[in-house]
Design a protein around this ligand. Sequence first.
Ligand SMILES: NC(=O)c1ccc[n+]([C@@H]2O[C@H](COP(=O)([O-])OP(=O)(O)OC[C@H]3O[C@@H](n4cnc5c(N)ncnc54)[C@H](OP(=O)(O)O)[C@@H]3O)[C@@H](O)[C@H]2O)c1
Length: 337
Amino acid sequence: MTHPVLPTAELGTGGPLVGVQGLGCMGMSEFYGPTDSDEALATLGAALEAGVTLFDTADGYAFGRNEEFIGPFVRANRDKVVLATKFALVRKEEDPGYRGISNDPAYIRAAVDASLRRLGVDEIDLYYMHRRDPAVPLADSIGTMAELVEAGKVRHLGLSEVTGAELREAHAIHPIAALQSEWSVFARDVERTAVPAAAELGVAFVPYSPLGRGFLTGAFQDANHLGADDVRRTQPRFTGDNAAANAGLLAPLREIAAARGVTLAQVALAWVHQRAEVHGLTVVPIPGTRKRGRLAENTAAAALRLTAEELALLEPISGQVRGGRYADMNFTQVGRE
Ligand SMILES: NC(=O)c1ccc[n+]([C@@H]2O[C@H](COP(=O)([O-])OP(=O)(O)OC[C@H]3O[C@@H](n4cnc5c(N)ncnc54)[C@H](OP(=O)(O)O)[C@@H]3O)[C@@H](O)[C@H]2O)c1
């Protein structure tokens, strides 16, 4: 399957026009094992050629080094790239597993300047709050983000892993272009409140980990095959008995992929697009890859349409998945819904 150039979509009402599939850049610097930097850079260029324009990073990825890694590419293609980055994850290099969250105004002001410096740009196209700290009123944190728009440091605002109620509250303070949360055949929590709220408000949805962090591609064997510092070793869906049980859930994807002559990854990506149609909202999934071949495979999925029968085969899967998305689910919107 090939698809020369991706179609485009508006990223939220009044938001930028982007290719209907973005690129997650996180794995280029951390979390999913060793990276070939030359191949990762070539993948960024190939993505742009294929019509991918939304490039996703965060200040927390590799302690800022992911922003530094994509910076030269972004600067060289500044007029074509829609650059998304995030603040709020507080990390400690001496304790890589540590995760804190800060939504404090002073923290946000310092974080945006640090991201701009690492990226080497004057303005961030889409600035997300990576995680919500319920201890800080949204009026304070969204108000501060809105000041960044006024100051010309940021063009559009986004949120990640918020509930539908939080999205509504934030959007009333300042327009939110995009909500980025995990959404895939394996992870459908967001369909409870976040997706309906985004649909109602005209906020675009940016599904992260649309390939289930690689699980849905069928490539994952067991956690022992992962590098020692691969984050999936700590994630309940990939570990212990859960991994084998979850691998069994891929049978319908395999069946559809074989019948259609496509890959499991392509089936998983087509599912996200068609699920969004059911909910009546724009989606721009951001599968992460560091390899040109996979990039081509993933972008080609934009041309795949699953039949109603195929969608029905995939429907029961998420209800049978074993293990939470994160070891600490407080880190998601779920506990606040
Ligand atoms: N907001 C948040 O809290 C949050 C959380 C997680 C991720 N994200 C963002 O979302 C992006 C995507 O999520 P993700 O990277 O976690 O998960 P993903 O896109 O579901 O899966 C990425 C994994 O799948 C592999 N892969 C990609 N395409 C493949 C294909 N066609 N066949 C086989 N394997 C394939 C990648 O390996 P290779 O790289 O080796 O191809 C990588 O190991 C990230 O890069 C990041 O920007 C955001």
